[in-house]
Design a protein around this ligand. Structure first.
Ligand code: ADP
Length: 285
């Protein structure tokens, strides 16, 4: 992987594959480890695919925040487009949830504070992520959240502008994206996903999960989800989740309201998550 007259990268290993891209761990000439997202030009035959990739690059490279995967550089050769990104060595929160089954409420507070901080920054920069989910929340070596994958992100160029494209991941999609296509959607779709993420962290599975996508959409439309009764889930977290999962986007709490909620203000927020938490729950008692 090289570009005439430019830096050479050594490919270390494949980290993962997404819809369009393969992501490798690479080493730059100085020996720094990076992630490199590779998109073959064969997959960019249509104008639509090109526009999408350029939008992703334009949006991602404009963002700089401690909890957002840092975009480094972008270049191409005859075959591929390459994006070098900050390397997240501890996988995604999805991988971690599979090992742990669910998280303690203090851990959920830690991850949520970082996620909400990143989301607030994006919204302040007119960016809606539109695909916030555990699989797109990566972890660095110190177990800090790094929001990644801006493939569905949208830039709001005019105040009050509404987006109309139906996109997202079934379990995390806000009702207005599916059912208010006339009005469109805006920043509040990320807030909804944050509510789904919080539920998933503390309960261990997404709130509207069922066998098929149609049934998931029906449950989202009917706001049909429950809290398990066989174990203790604080009333604070239940109250916060319910208020975020409000069908009317204009009635949803703001990101400020969320971090001011009793769930955050009346319980411990750990200063860091130990790497042992990858497999066993940390003891915060
Ligand atoms: P797509 O947009 O095609 O879905 P993603 O950006 O989600 O691609 O990346 C696909 C996979 O590559 C991820 O699920 C993850 O395993 C890995 N990956 C992506 N970015 C990084 C990164 N910065 N550090 C480490 N692994 C990454």
């Amino acid at each position: 992987m090289d570009k005439s007259g430019r830096m050479q990268f050594n490919r270390i290993k494949l980290l993962g594959e997404g819809g369009f891209a393969r992501v490798y761990e690479v080493k730059d000439p100085r020996g720094s480890r990076l992630a490199c997202k590779v998109v073959t030009k064969l997959s960019l035959k249509t104008k639509k695919a090109k526009t999408k990739l350029y939008a992703e690059i334009k949006i991602h490279r404009s963002l700089q925040h401690p909890n957002i995967v840092q975009f480094q550089d972008c270049f191409e050769d005859e075959e591929n487009v390459y994006m070098t990104l900050e390397l997240c060595t501890s996988g995604s929160l999805m991988d971690m949830l599979r090992r742990r089954r669910r998280f303690t409420e203090p851990e959920a507070r830690f991850f949520m504070v970082q996620l909400i901080g990143a989301c607030h920054y994006m919204h302040a920069h007119q960016v809606i992520h539109r695909d916030l989910k555990l699989g797109n929340l990566f972890l660095d070596a110190n177990m800090n959240i790094k929001v990644g994958d801006f493939g569905l992100a949208a830039l709001i160029e005019n105040p009050g502008e509404r987006k109309k494209t139906i996109c997202g991941t079934p379990n995390y999609i806000a009702p207005e994206v599916l059912f208010d296509t006339a009005n469109g959607h805006s920043f509040e779709v990320d807030t909804w996903s944050i509510g789904v993420i919080l539920y998933t962290l503390v309960i261990g599975r997404p709130p509207f999960q069922t066998k098929d996508v149609k049934a998931i959409y029906k449950r989202i439309r009917d706001n049909e989800y429950e809290f398990p009764t066989d174990r203790i889930i604080s009333s604070a977290v239940q109250h916060l989740i319910s208020s975020i999962l409000t069908p009317d986007p204009s009635q949803r709490p703001t990101l400020h309201d969320i971090v001011d909620h009793a769930f955050f203000t009346q319980g411990p927020v750990p200063a860091y998550i130990p790497t042992s938490a990858n497999t066993i729950p940390p003891d915060y008692t």
